[in-house]
Structure formats: structure tokens, C-alpha cells
Design a protein around this ligand. Structure first.
Ligand SMILES: N[C@@H](CCC(=O)N[C@@H](CS)C(=O)NCC(=O)O)C(=O)O
Length: 413
């Protein structure tokens, strides 16, 4: 759903665009016509006398509405001049064009006298039919571009400054099940962060966006609408084992975060930290009462103790090892499948009477399962979930959430 701020902004811009167009149309209708020009000839001079027409004020009003829209769109997009690119350049060009057309048209509709030396060949200049009309169209177009530009800049977007390489997949983690897109430099940026990075502190997440554990944190940040920046730690080149990363995560894994001076590792702890720190922002992931919170915690702990311990080795064997050219332990996979079936029966039962794992609302209990579940669903044993009606219904619902869709897009899945 579009944020309220954006709806208001688009509404204001559209209104100003319409006002500009309507007043330009009215100027077109009321501009000075040839028949309204008084022509007098005296001493070899021809005088064309014009009375001020309503088009004078209307043309100026149209230009002012357009200027207001342009200023608001520029300010709303973050600045007047700092962003290079085709959209703003174009909208600036059309703005100047429309503005000049409207102003010139308006000033020619003021009261004035035009003198020509010759009495025979004189021309009383009037604003040609269609000039204000063209002004109104360009003005509408300019405001349209302004809206598009504003939405582009302010939409939750990922800016992937990347060169894609094919990684060697030397790593260990579940996160490497898919060939990751190699992203260089500060990478995914929410809410046009890169324009504001110098002024505002955003959460720095060290990790790889395709890896399940960083995904847990990312999903939480997206659900909570928290600005973040991903610093890519390349698992394929074992960047997570380098001394500088061990200062952030002493076990040599991802993710880790830096939030100003505050540093934290362990994906579940990070997710809980942000769910609590921004309890009133975005989706409430914690539960509404003490009891509800306890149930959320209970199912979040089930994920660690019963779910992940089975899904992690399953994915390792079904996805990671084959990618690394290692043999999948088929016996182990069969054992894990049986054990997972027993665990998922309990989930199925829970979801028979609950929309989400901890009740009627989506919470951390659901969120924390999703990255590993996503991996499981991309294996050839995903029927273990699909064949369970309630689990399948739950999975469809949680993966339809915008935050998950954004995350999958970021990860290139
Ligand atoms: N309990 C840790 C687990 C972290 C973890 O296993 N990370 C994986 C990616 S999902 C990793 O860094 N793998 C690379 C490695 O172990 O070297 C957490 O939740 O943050």
C-alpha cells in the first residue's frame, strides 16, 4: 500500500498540475482576439491598443501553480539539483518551456499599445490560438514527470550497484544455496538512502543477501520499515573469516549489524532487537500482551530447536553440497525427512486453528521461519510442506507479504 505521505504528495502535485492546466485552458479561452484590438492610424503610425484580458491573470496563475508543483516535487524528491538522470532533466526542461510559454502568453494579454511606423502594412500581434493550450499540456506533462520522479526516488527500492560474477561456491552456509549476485560497495539501499547517507544514520548490515540468516534480519528491517544498507560479505571468498569481519562476528559468520556505535551479531537477536526498538513502527512482530509475546517467543524458539536443526542439514545436503560438487548424504536426508514430517505435523495442527503460528497476526514467530523455509521450498522435497493444507495456506499467506517479495527480489530469487 502506498504510504500516506506519498498519497498526500501525489494528491497535492496532481491538484497543482490540474489547476495549472485549467487556468491555462481558461487563459486560452479568454485571450485577446484580433477583433478586440483597437487599431488607429495617425501621422503615418498605426497603433494597436490592447485592453488587459483575463488571460493575463490566468496565464500568470497557471505559471505559478506549475512553479509550486515543480518546487514541491523537487523538495519532496530530496533536493533541487543533486540527482543526475533523465527524469529530472526532462522535467526541468519541460518546466522551463511551459513556464516561459505561459508567462509570455500572459504578458501579451496585458493592457498595452503597439505602434507600427507604416500605416499600410501593420500587424497587431496577438497570442496565437493554441499557445496557452500547448502550455497547459506541457504543464500537465511536467507535473506528471515530477510525480513519477518523486515516486521513483521515494519508493522502497533496492539499488543494486553490481557487477555479477559467478562465484566459486566455496562456502559453507545455507546462504549459498543459490548462486549469489555479487554486489560491490554499499549495496541495497532503502528509501533512497544513498542520497541521504551523509546526513542520516542507517543500519549497516554485513552479510550476503542470498544467505538465510542475513535474510532473517533483512526481512525484519523491511517489515519494520527501517532504513538499512547492506555491506556485502562474500561467503564464496570466505570474507566472513577475515580479521576485520571477526571483529563484528567472532564466529566468522553472517549477519552482523552496526547501528551507529552499537554492534550486534546473531540474526535472531538482531531481529528481536529491531522488533523491540521500533515496536511502534511497521508491523508489530512482538505480540500484544505478555501472554501473546510468550507464545510468539515459544514458536520462535521452536524454530531454533526443532525446525532449523532439521531444515539446515537438509538444505545443506540437497542444495549446497551438490553445488560444491560434494555428495549428498541420501540416508541422512531420508532420516531428516521423517523427523521433519513429525515436526511439521505439529505445525499443521497449530495452523489448523491459527491463521499464523502465534495466533491471528503475523509475528516474529512466522518471520523467523521464513528464510530457511524459503530454501526448503526450493528443494525437491517441498511437498513436505505443500501436502499439508494448513501449512501450505500459511506459506502462501506469509510469502504474499510485500516485505518478503522485496527480499526475494533483492536476493534475485
Ligand atoms: N546463529 C547464527 C548463524 C549464522 C550462520 O550460520 N550464517 C551463515 C549464513 S546463513 C554463514 O555465515 N555461513 C558461512 C560460514 O559459516 O562460514 C545467526 O543466526 O546469525
Amino acid at each position: 500500500m502506498m504510504e500516506k505521505r506519498k498519497v498526500v504528495m501525489c494528491g497535492v502535485l496532481s491538484l497543482l498540475g490540474l489547476l495549472s492546466a485549467v487556468t491555462a485552458f481558461a487563459a486560452e479561452a479568454t485571450r485577446i482576439k484580433k477583433s478586440q484590438v483597437k487599431v488607429t492610424t495617425l501621422d503615418g503610425f498605426t497603433r494597436c491598443s490592447y485592453n488587459r484580458s483575463p488571460a493575463y491573470n490566468l496565464g500568470f496563475a497557471s505559471a505559478i501553480f506549475l512553479m509550486m508543483a515543480q518546487i514541491i516535487a523537487s523538495v519532496g524528491s530530496g533536493c533541487f539539483c543533486c540527482r543526475k538522470g533523465p527524469a529530472p532533466t526532462r522535467s526541468k526542461f519541460t518546466f522551463v518551456l511551459a513556464f516561459l510559454v505561459l508567462l509570455t502568453g500572459a504578458s501579451l494579454n496585458d493592457e498595452h499599445i503597439q505602434e507600427t511606423k507604416t500605416a499600410d502594412h501593420y500587424l497587431c500581434y496577438i497570442v496565437k490560438p493554441g499557445v496557452f493550450f500547448i502550455g497547459s499540456i506541457i504543464s500537465l506533462f511536467t507535473v506528471g514527470l515530477g510525480i513519477v520522479y518523486y515516486l521513483c526516488l521515494n519508493s522502497v527500492k533496492q539499488n543494486v550497484a553490481a557487477a555479477t560474477t559467478t562465484p566459486a561456491n566455496h562456502g559453507i552456509a545455507m546462504g549459498q544455496a543459490q548462486i549469489p549476485e555479487r554486489v560491490e560497495d554499499p549495496v541495497f539501499v532503502l528509501e533512497d538512502t544513498y542520497m541521504r547517507r551523509h546526513n542520516r544514520m542507517v543500519v549497516k548490515l554485513y552479510g550476503q543477501v542470498t544467505a538465510a540468516c542475513p535474510q532473517r534480519v533483512l526481512l525484519c528491517l523491511l517489515e519494520k520499515e527501517i532504513e538499512f544498507e547492506i555491506i556485502h560479505i562474500d561467503l564464496d571468498t570466505l570474507e566472513q573469516k577475515r580479521p576485520e569481519h571477526l571483529l563484528r562476528q567472532p564466529f566468522g559468520q553472517v549477519p552482523a549489524i552496526e547501528d551507529g556505535d552499537f554492534k550486534l551479531f546473531e540474526s535472531r537477536a538482531i531481529a528481536r532487537y529491531y522488533a523491540t526498538k521500533y515496536a511502534d513502527q511497521g508491523t508489530n512482530l512482538l505480540g500484544k500482551s505478555l501472554e501473546h509475546r510468550a507464545i510468539v517467543d515459544q514458536w520462535a524458539d521452536v524454530e531454533v530447536g526443532y525446525f532449523n536443526v532439521l531444515v539446515h542439514p537438509l538444505v545443506m545436503n540437497l542444495v549446497i553440497k551438490p553445488r560444491l560438487g560434494e555428495e549428498c548424504d541420501a540416508v541422512l536426508v531420508e532420516e531428516l525427512k521423517v523427523k521433519l514430517g513429525v515436526v511439521l505435523d505439529i505445525y499443521e495442527n497449530q495452523l489448523a486453528s491459527n491463521r499464523f503460528l502465534a495466533g491471528d497476526e503475523f509475528t516474529m514467530a512466522d518471520l523467523t521461519h521464513m528464510p530457511a523455509m524459503g530454501y526448503l521450498m526450493r528443494t525437491n522435497i517441498n511437498r513436505i510442506v505443500k501436502d499439508r493444507v494448513n501449512m501450505n495456506r500459511w506459506w502462501e499467506e506469509v510469502t504474499a507479504r510485500p516485505a518478503w517479495k522485496k527480499l526475494m527480489k533483492m536476493a534475485g530469487f
